[in-house]
Ligand binder design. Structure first.
Ligand SMILES: Nc1ncnc2c1ncn2[C@@H]1O[C@H](COP(=O)(O)OP(=O)(O)O)[C@@H](O)[C@H]1O
Ligand SMILES: [Mg+2]
Length: 249
């Protein structure tokens, strides 16, 4: 079980800036995500969503500001923050030589989970995501939808407090999208804090409690979904905000 500081704030980002060379991908962004929240991080391609996730998960460094997970700094106390997060990355990045079960047990090893415990957990997850039948095959033998579900199993193998999803339904057909939405709603109900990035407005409208909109590396709006949307669809809010910003910048 990962150690947690007694904090109701799962993620706290303060004045975060990130440069790739001379290009500034994140411009002094600040926001909090509460424990147990379903947070939607929205923005068009290139807005800075994956960069923010990479900073949160330690895959990328940052130029200035502070980023805390349950009160621990993601760089200064990374050994405490990493077990608290499960990442469902944008791309498939599986080891082609391992079976599904081996892959999950291997991943659990990074978090010090013993093999018998990891096997038990792997099988529970494979069962939950309807992949049990495939546990001995290699990931190449899975359909696209099965691979997406395997990403979720892997992100959950160490029972993290926060699940971070980088465009989990990009390229999925409607049926699979609905299935993933159901899983995510269920996980949130069980108490997981969910940080979901998406450019599907409908997805955020349906699932999220709180919404942050990022555009060109800046947070353009953040708050409770109903407040952000008022009487418009999220699509309209987003277009309005980005048009307004482009006019004044
Ligand atoms: N490794 C990198 N080197 C240089 N520029 C990058 C790198 N990764 C992302 N960027 C740039 O940073 C911006 C934000 O990218 P990203 O965070 O991937 O956006 P999003 O996930 O919202 O689509 C984009 O302009 C992108 O081209
Ligand atoms: Mg991205």
């Amino acid at each position: 079980m990962a150690i947690m500081r007694n904090s109701d704030i799962a993620i706290s980002i303060k004045n975060l800036s990130k440069f790739y060379g001379s290009f500034q991908a994140l411009k002094d962004i600040s926001f909090d995500v509460e424990r147990g929240s379903f947070f939607g991080f929205l923005g068009p391609n290139g807005a800075g969503k994956t960069t923010t996730i990479n900073v949160l998960t330690g895959l990328s460094n940052y130029s200035s500001g502070s980023v805390d997970v349950f009160g621990f700094g993601v760089t200064s106390e990374y050994q405490k923050t990493r077990p608290l997060i499960g990442l469902c990355a944008q791309e498939f990045n599986f080891d082609p030589f391992l079976s599904l079960e081996q892959m999950l047990v291997y991943q659990a090893g990074y978090f010090g989970i013993s093999e018998p415990q990891a096997k038990r957990r792997a099988n529970e997850l494979l069962d939950r995501f309807q992949l049990s039948e495939k546990k001995s095959v290699k990931y190449r033998a899975l359909s696209g939808g099965m691979k997406k579900r395997l990403l979720l199993c892997r992100a959950l193998i160490h029972d993290p407090e926060i699940l971070i999803l980088d465009e989990p339904t990009a390229g999925c057909d409607l049926e699979l999208r609905f299935l993933i939405w159901d899983y995510l709603a269920e996980l949130n109900k069980e108490g997981k804090t969910i940080f979901l990035t998406t450019h599907y407005m409908e997805e955020a409208e349906k699932l999220c409690k709180t919404i942050g909109i990022i555009h060109n590396g800046e947070i353009v709006q953040i708050g409770e979904k109903e407040k952000v949307m008022k009487e418009k669809t999220l699509q309209d809010v987003f277009l309005e905000l980005t048009n307004y910003r482009e006019k004044i910048c």
